[in-house]
Design a protein around this ligand. Structure first.
Ligand code: DOR
Ligand code: ZN
Length: 458
């Protein structure tokens, strides 16, 4: 007898949608068929769609370190409420993940808090932890991130969002020689080196200029961190990846210039992949007047032509998948002046609904969602048990109601500091049930898992 059955659903894969039942045994998908079989627990989903649990490889859950902003419990609860069953935690926490020892410590720490399955990012600080990378990679880190473009607080490893050259005790992004060494080392491990792609020197020069001009409007912020900053870094990184054979991943892509460079690099056979985020697909500079400073994220949201190029890139495969860059801050911190507030906002819970709404608007299909929110990330990060509704995979499933209409509101989010630039958007198409390895964990926006049940994915 099966453990669980979802009956009378429409099963969504990355290529098709078909009417079927799904049967689960020992946390895995055991059978997908129209045969009527018995199970200990049965849900008649009655013509609703069943998607693979989404994968969000880019989450800053702030734990440990700044748990007044988010912690791993609230963050992973927000994830499952949004139909995301696998998350990767970003390494800018305190302590950070610089070595195999740090990784093991964080994995143990999270095991008591996780409501979603989780991977853990490592942090590359150039020569400061170059020697640690081989063992870090061999110990099961998901990938390694390099914050090209940020000054980092030397003590806490916190990102400095508004860097002042007078700041002391900071780690500045290393020069290209050191990055070459980093890429060479990562190539040997076979793991992904992912970059925050912004050219720090260009940003510094333009920010200084801007401060002198006295401008404080949103366009001024974009002028100080333009598409050129992203493009310069992607171009350099792409050449370094070609020379060293490293697998380069571009995080949160934001610009048409960036899309064009990646398209070319892929055509030339560079091992390069890319993601973009909902904020870059659904917002552009013209939204600032209505949305306000909470849409400040790094890299900054750019112009309408960039937004359209990112959709084009996602459609033609230049951009491989989506991730949220979930990066909460204190609600109070996000209300200040544009140039001094931190960058980042909540995102893990609203990514799937925003995309489901696009299906109802006729822009995309459900199989497209299965591809860019689950399948492609699983393939790229080699998550063998995740990413699709296939026999033998983990039974991570999301039942969605394509008729349900509701508005995104800050106070409906599960994050500790619920604040999103998408508040007030009416959405048709919502996740109504989330299953993690065959266990119902969310029912109608209520977390019903009564204990942390997420596992580390090495
Ligand atoms: O907006 C952002 N916030 N961009 C990043 O690169 C980091 C993130 C954070 O951790 O706050
Ligand atoms: Zn990020």
């Amino acid at each position: 007898m099966y453990d669980l059955a979802l009956k009378n659903g429409f099963v969504v894969t990355d290529t098709e949608v078909f009417r079927s039942n799904i049967y689960v045994k020992d946390e895995k998908i055991a059978e997908i068929s129209t045969d009527d079989k018995e199970a200990k627990q049965v849900f008649d989903v009655n013509g609703k769609y069943i998607l693979p649990g989404c994968i969000d490889t880019h989450c800053h859950f702030r734990d440990p370190g700044v748990t007044q902003k988010e912690d791993f419990t609230t963050g992973t609860q927000a994830a499952i409420a949004g139909g995301v069953t696998t998350v990767f935690d970003m390494p800018n926490t305190n302590p950070s993940v610089l070595s195999a020892k740090d990784l093991q410590w964080k994995a143990d720490y999270f095991s008591k808090k996780a409501y979603a399955d989780y991977g853990i990012w490592g942090l590359a600080l150039g020569k400061l932890n170059l020697d640690e990378l081989p063992t870090l990679c061999a110990s099961g880190v998901s990938a390694v991130k390099f914050f090209w473009g940020y000054a980092i607080n030397a003590k806490t490893k916190a990102l400095i969002y508004n860097y002042d050259p007078k700041d002391t005790d900071v780690i500045l992004p290393p020069g290209d020689g050191e990055v070459y060494e980093l890429f060479s080392e990562m190539a040997k491990t076979g793991k992904i080196i992912a970059i925050h792609a912004e050219n720090n020197e260009l940003i510094q020069t333009l920010t200084d200029k801007l401060k002198q001009s006295g401008r404080t409007d949103y366009e001024a912020l974009v002028d100080s961190r333009p598409a050129l900053a992203e493009a310069l870094t992607i171009q350099t990184a792409s050449l370094l990846a070609k020379a060293t054979g490293a697998h380069l991943h571009i995080l949160h892509l934001t610009s048409k210039m960036g899309v064009d460079i990646i398209r070319k690099a892929k055509a030339e056979g560079v091992h390069i992949t890319a993601e973009t985020c909902p904020q870059y697909l659904f917002l552009s500079s013209k939204d600032y007047d209505t949305v306000g400073p909470m849409m400040k994220v790094y890299p900054v949201i750019k112009h309408e032509e960039d937004r359209l190029a990112l959709w084009q890139g996602l459609f033609d495969g230049t951009v491989d998948f989506m991730a949220s860059d979930h990066a909460p801050h204190l609600i109070s911190e996000k209300q200040g002046p544009l140039f001094s507030i931190p960058a980042g906002m909540c995102g893990v819970e609203t990514m799937l609904p925003l995309m489901l709404n696009e299906v109802n608007r006729g822009k995309i299909t459900l199989p497209f969602i299965a591809k860019v929110l689950a399948k492609n990330a699983a393939t790229i990060y080699n998550l063998k048990d995740k990413g699709s509704l296939t026999i033998g995979k983990d039974a991570d499933m999301v039942v969605v109601d394509m008729q349900k209409i509701d508005t995104i509101e800050n106070n409906k989010l599960h994050s500790k500091q619920p604040l999103t630039a998408f508040a007030g958007r009416e959405i048709q198409g919502w996740p109504i049930k989330t299953f993690l390895r065959g266990q119902l964990v969310v029912d109608n926006n209520n977390i019903i898992a009564n204990a942390p049940c997420g596992k580390w994915i090495k």
